[in-house]
Design a protein around this ligand. Structure first.
Ligand SMILES: [Zn+2]
Length: 263
């Protein structure tokens, strides 16, 4: 199932120079070690699961800390930007930083206008979150924007149809699974948290370790919990468990049974 040329897309948010209690923050040194691991994995013969890097939200640490590490190793990543936060919300990139990212050869995608969960949006809100977000990025950066990452990973058929109608050809989710090449229109990703060790991340790329397939099973259980609890209650629970604002949650709720602690 994970025979080449499958790829595993990883999802990052914020980097910080020191360890953070927030599960979505990855320490810069750890990120650098992970990128070096990915470089090694990409060179493997015979090739295995190929790592790809993505960032959601447009945090300024993407520019300050991640970009130099990626550039020094000639690695391209996707950066999904919450358009309405650009140059507006403290701690997030402005247009100059985004232009520099783009000019450095990094790929820019959209992450909605306001980070609203798209499954909760009416048609007018969906237009703002998908169409205006894309057109504004294209206008300010002068490049086509065809990738969209779903805030909170939330989607249903109506949202996926709206993404397609808004001109997106690739929609990035938070479902952890290997993706064939070329990819389909939806692309799953695995959320990397600050407490995941390098050894555990390395095991993700060894199909025989069973780590990735176990994560896929957990995702299925969480998706079922979301359906049973409803999005809003699930969000509150997630925020409680992760000491994080609910509106920046793009991945999966961590639980105390997290596999990263048991490796
Ligand atoms: Zn997000």
């Amino acid at each position: 199932m994970t025979r080449p040329p499958y790829r595993l897309y990883l999802l990052y948010h914020e980097l910080r120079p020191s360890r953070s209690e927030y599960s979505y923050v990855v320490e810069t040194d750890q990120f650098e070690k992970q990128v070096d691991l990915f470089l090694e994995l990409r060179k493997r013969h015979p090739p295995g699961l190929f790592p790809e890097i993505t960032f959601d939200d447009g945090h300024v640490s993407n520019f300050e800390f991640a970009l130099p590490i990626l550039q020094s190793r000639a690695i391209k990543a996707w950066f999904f930007i919450t358009t309405g936060w650009t140059g507006q919300r403290p701690g997030y990139m402005g247009w100059q930083e985004l232009r520099e990212l783009q000019q450095a050869g990094q790929q820019i995608g959209a992450h909605g206008w306001s980070h609203a969960l798209l499954t909760h949006c009416d048609p007018a809100q969906l237009h703002k979150e998908l169409v205006e977000a894309r057109l504004t990025l294209e206008d300010k950066l002068g490049v086509p924007v065809t990738g969209m990452s779903l805030p909170g990973g939330r989607s249903n058929q109506r949202v996926l149809d709206a993404c397609r109608e808004a001109g997106y050809t690739k929609v990035f989710t938070s479902v952890p699974k290997p993706e064939p090449q070329p990819t389909g229109t939806t692309i799953g990703r695995l959320n990397i948290r600050g407490d995941m060790t390098l050894e555990w991340i390395a095991k993700l790329f060894e199909p025989e370790s069973g780590v990735l397939s176990s994560l896929k099973r957990q995702h299925h259980i969480k998706a079922t919990a979301k359906t049973l609890l409803g999005d809003r209650l699930y969000e509150k629970l997630w925020a409680l468990l992760n000491q994080q604002e609910p509106d920046t949650n793009d991945g999966e709720a961590a639980t105390h049974e997290d596999p990263a602690h048991h490796q």
